[in-house]
Ligand binder design. Structure first.
Ligand SMILES: [Fe+2]
Length: 186
């Protein structure tokens, strides 16, 4: 997870003075704070779009004896991520920024790794999704702290909502791998 001052965040499209389009707003948040907030939101937006497509990939391609319940679970995770995408993107525009949410932008700036395309069996999909969703959600948790530094409780609240949903889906995924289910190991 890049820190607020890392190259990845600072170089994110829209984050530099030279190429960022930022519009006026009546919000009483100084532009010097809005710029890093917009960069932070755009970084997490890229992750979340990438993650949402990976959950759909798992929804479509899962096989095995647990097919149907995992097919439904992965779709519900995808829906939660789509809601998060909209929340994050519209907070960017509320702050006067540009929501960098095309598929190509997401690919270019996502910090999560590509899905394991050869995964087939249900529990292997659970592990693959769990690994990546934890990366995305824990980055969101860091973003909450960064919002506090930048004095924006409302953006912190957006991230809190996103992280709370992510934590629940992590719990739903991880529960498949716990409780002494020796059949699947770990
Ligand atoms: Fe479907």
């Amino acid at each position: 997870m890049p820190s607020l001052t890392s190259d990845r965040v600072l170089k994110h499209p829209g984050s530099s003075k030279s190429d960022e389009r930022i519009v006026d707003t009546k919000l009483n948040i100084p532009e010097n704070n809005r710029r890093p907030l917009i960069a932070l939101l755009n970084a997490r937006l890229a992750d979340t779009i990438d993650m949402q497509t990976q959950a759909k990939f798992a929804h479509w391609n899962v096989k095995g004896e647990d097919f149907y319940q995992l097919h439904l679970l992965f779709d519900s995770i995808s829906e939660h991520l789509l809601e998060a995408v909209d929340l994050i993107a519209e907070r960017i525009t509320a702050l006067g920024g540009r929501a960098n949410g095309t598929a190509r932008q997401a690919v270019a700036y996502s910090s999560i790794k590509e899905y394991d395309l050869n995964v087939l069996h249900g529990m292997d999909h659970v592990r693959a999704l769990l690994d990546r969703l934890a990366t995305v959600t824990n980055a969101g948790r860091e973003a909450i702290k960064q919002c506090a530094v930048l004095g924006d409780d409302a953006t912190a609240d957006v991230f809190t909502e996103v992280v709370r949903a992510g934590d629940k889906d992590i719990y739903f995924l991880q529960s498949h791998l716990q409780g002494g289910i020796t059949k699947y190991g770990r």
